[in-house]
Design a protein around this ligand. Structure first.
Ligand code: SF4
Ligand code: SF4
Length: 64
């Protein structure tokens, strides 16, 4: 069971460090990562905070 902070919607976000390699997109179990205008973006409503994307990113651009 994942720990979810009550009263806060916690989701991973992708910073401007993203080089759009696409690795996180295929790593996400709920397929909530997609290419955006300048970086890949995470759908915060669908993200289950599993952290798989952050472990996959080669430039550490995904922050909790
Ligand atoms: S934390 Fe998990 S569910 Fe959320 S975007 Fe990353 S891989 Fe997908
Ligand atoms: S793995 Fe990292 S650098 Fe690659 S698309 Fe995802 S956020 Fe961007």
């Amino acid at each position: 069971m994942l720990c979810i902070m009550e009263g806060n919607i916690m989701a991973y976000t992708i910073t401007s460090d993203c080089i759009s390699c696409g690795a996180c997109e295929s790593a996400c179990p709920v397929e909530c990562i997609a290419p955006g205008d300048e970086t890949y973006v995470i759908d915060p409503d669908a993200c289950i905070d599993c952290g798989a994307c952050a472990e996959t990113c080669p430039v550490d651009a995904i922050q909790a």
